[in-house]
Design a protein around this ligand. Structure first.
Ligand SMILES: [Zn+2]
Length: 476
């Protein structure tokens, strides 16, 4: 009996040692640690203005108590009894919004090198930029290097790389047409299915249909994904929004800007530019409202990607900033292209305004709108900076600031099926928070003054993260 007790004690001790070793292993790596500005078991953010992500009005003079990365108390500062052991951060004059959950992000940067378009993986700079801008969860929405994205996700989770939590989308499902050398092209529906099954087995949890596929390809992708309780989005062209909704797609990218539903005599399964037809369409068009009603009835969410469509005239070269983040020769090229369009983009500027109005109509009708920045296009969109700017653009589109916040947090958490754990500031949820110095309700530009981004209660220094990748975008 005694021997048994002794053995049990040894076993327990070695188990304890194992756990001790494990908890040490989960300590943050020095590469990550250098950006951590707040870390405490018990933390109280006091006297803040809170916009909780549910879309309702802001609440002033709030205190949030965080214990081991979880929100444990939230309410009026004078009603909350802060635990004696808590580290206090006075947030007077500051605003807290939920960590952003952004749905059209990439870990690659688009560069036009005629006649090609390159998707250059940015596994070093982009994760830091997203987190710096307040993004605590992101979906990559198509990839040219799924293995890179999967490793980045794994290393971020392990605490050896800094960045947001990731929902990794498999390589684009696309047939050969675009001059993008990094892209995997499928030849037939069978290959689409093969790709989905393979990347699912490797850990991808979302799928993206692209511009040149057939309805049969999409049916196959949706059917496999849904059987595995995963979701499919699309930046479509050969398939209309209505056709995709009928097939059962879950999400459509780029607002209504890439809809080919209004192209006259559109051939089935063939990509056609929809831009002219959308320019002609009235902003209050019944046909568009009909399409919106159909999408809502079919439970299709829409992702707004306003930064990548931002006009040139009277706008920033890099929407939301980020000039310093870009390596010099790339910055020069982007500026040259920008300058060539200034004063000549009235048609696309008008369409941009219409797109904003359509997004507002969609939400007013009951549709679920989410958002992302899409760092491709003409190379103007820089992660992090553009994520902050997305809030500005949604407010420009007519949403209240709390509504804009909800589009960039809770709506996406609900789509991902993770709203019980994150997406809003509520007791019991992860402490994913963005601490902003200032009041975006009074001056929306305050969103650019992000001070600290809390991910699971650990505070990251936004400015230090931005600083660390100066001149790196376009390089790595
Ligand atoms: Zn994209």
């Amino acid at each position: 009996m005694k021997i048994r007790t002794y053995r049990l004690t040894i076993l327990l001790l070695s188990l304890q040692f194992l756990f001790y070793k494990q908890s040490l292993a989960q300590e943050l790596n020095p590469v990550v640690k250098q950006f951590v500005s707040v870390k405490a078991d018990t933390l109280a953010l006091t006297h803040a203005t809170v916009i909780d992500g549910n879309g309702g009005p802001a609440r002033t003079d709030q205190t949030i108590v965080i214990i081991k990365g979880q929100i444990m108390m939230l309410g009026n500062a004078n009603k909350i009894t802060v635990p004696a052991t808590a580290k206090l951060i006075d947030c007077t004059g500051k605003t807290i919004i939920p960590g952003m959950v952004m749905m059209h992000e990439h870990l690659f940067y688009g560069e036009r090198v005629a006649p090609y378009y390159l998707g250059l993986a940015m596994p070093f700079s982009f994760p830091r930029l997203y987190l710096a801008g307040g993004v605590t969860t992101m979906r990559t929405t198509g990839t040219v290097e799924a293995q890179t994205d999967l490793n980045v996700k794994k290393w971020i989770s392990a605490g050896t790389m800094v960045g947001p939590d990731m929902d990794v989308t498999a390589p684009y499902v696309e047939r050969e047409s675009l001059p993008i050398p990094e892209m995997i092209f499928i030849k037939n529906t069978e290959e689409a299915a093969k790709g989905v099954n393979y990347w699912m087995s490797m850990g991808c949890t979302s799928f993206k249909a692209y511009m040149n596929i057939t309805k049969e390809d999409l049916e196959e992708v949706v059917s496999i994904a849904h059987k595995n309780k995963l979701k499919v989005t699309g930046h479509l062209c050969s398939i209309t929004y209505r056709e995709a909704a009928e097939i059962g797609i879950d999400n459509l990218e780029h607002g209504f800007m890439v809809s080919t539903d209004f192209v006259q005599d559109k051939k089935e399964n063939v990509c056609a530019s929809g831009t002219q037809s959308l320019m002609k369409l009235d902003v209050n068009s019944e046909a568009m409202k009909d399409l919106m009603r159909f999408l809502i009835a079919k439970n299709v969410s829409v992702t707004s990607t306003l930064p990548v469509f931002e006009p040139y005239t009277g706008r920033e070269v890099f929407p939301g900033g980020g000039d310093n983040a870009v390596v010099a020769p790339v910055k020069e090229t982007v500026e040259k292209v920008y300058n060539s369009f200034v004063g000549k983009d009235s048609a696309s500027a008008a369409l941009f305004k219409k797109e904003m109005a359509w997004e507002k109509q969609f939400v007013d009708m009951g549709g679920r709108l989410m958002a992302g920045v899409d760092p491709t296009g003409a190379g103007r969109v820089i992660p992090g900076y553009a994520d902050q700017h997305t809030l500005e653009l949604l407010v420009e589109a007519g949403f209240t600031f709390p509504q804009a916040v909800k589009i960039c947090s809770l709506n996406a958490a609900q789509y991902l099926g993770r709203e019980k754990e994150m997406g809003s500031i509520e007791v019991g949820k992860h402490a994913d928070l963005v601490l902003i110095n200032g009041d975006p309700l009074k001056d929306i530009k305050a969103v650019r003054n992000t001070e600290t981004v809390f991910k699971n209660g650990i505070g990251f220094d936004s400015k230090k993260l931005f600083e660390s990748v100066k001149g790196k975008v376009g390089l790595h």
